[in-house]
Design a protein around this ligand. Structure first.
Ligand code: CA
Length: 226
């Protein structure tokens, strides 16, 4: 899962960037409204954290522009304490959730998980696909009850595929959702990660659909998510 963090306060930015990375997200950071608008317009994020008080272009205007352009990415806005009118204009502009500063990082992470879950149409916090289980709250996964030891990129890959299980996902889509913008994005590396993941979760759960991409499905006889 890839998140765009828009925040001009260097301390909050540093702290959130670290917390998001520790939770398994690929993170891009923008410190002003202009850069935020550009990134949100050109990169396919799974979720956005948007501070409203920003240099160059304010957060509400950035959000309005994205929504006018048809971007439906879930957006959580950060508002200043007591500025209730910010919340109103934020929601009117198309925000999905908000937090008032100061807030606990844990609450932000929980709200992002809920937004991602809703966006993908999942009702429960943990994901399952046959014998595979993944709990985004703990950033842990298991297969048939055995804990999996995954690198952060393997975890992101599995998380994304479990969110979109049953659908064919192209290499390009995986590259766009697993790596932040500073990463050397070679879609061939995806094959390497898929190969490693197959070694850990069993070779048959991820199907290669020739020319199109990959599809994660339960093994025959295993229950689907429910
Ligand atoms: Ca600010």
């Amino acid at each position: 899962m890839r998140v765009l963090l828009v925040e001009d306060d260097p301390d909050i930015s540093r702290q959130l960037k670290q917390a998001l990375a520790d939770s398994g997200y690929a993170v891009d950071h923008a410190a002003d409204g202009e850069e935020a608008h550009f990134l949100g317009d050109t990169e396919p994020y799974d979720v956005v954290v948007l501070d409203l008080g920003l240099p160059k272009i304010d957060g509400v205007s950035v959000l309005e522009r994205w929504r006018r352009a048809g971007k439906t990415t879930p957006v959580l806005i950060l508002t200043a304490r007591g500025a209730w009118s910010d919340k109103v204009s934020g929601f009117d502009a198309g925000a999905d959730d908000y937090l008032t500063k100061p807030f606990h990082t844990e609450e932000l992470l929980a709200r992002l998980r809920a937004l991602l879950r809703r966006a993908a149409g999942h009702a429960t916090p943990s994901l399952s696909c046959g014998g595979l289980r993944l709990d985004p709250r703990a950033a842990r996964a298991s297969v048939n009850g055995e804990p999996l030891r995954l690198t952060s990129l393997e975890y992101r890959l599995l998380h994304y595929m479990m969110m979109h299980q049953g659908r064919v996902i192209s290499r390009t889509e995986l590259v766009e959702h697993l790596y932040d913008q500073d990463f050397d994005r070679d879609s061939n590396t995806i094959e390497v990660f898929v190969g490693r993941l197959r070694k850990k979760i069993g070779p048959d759960r991820i199907e290669t659909v020739r020319g199109l991409g990959y599809r994660l499905t339960p093994l025959p006889g295993e229950p689907t998510e429910g």
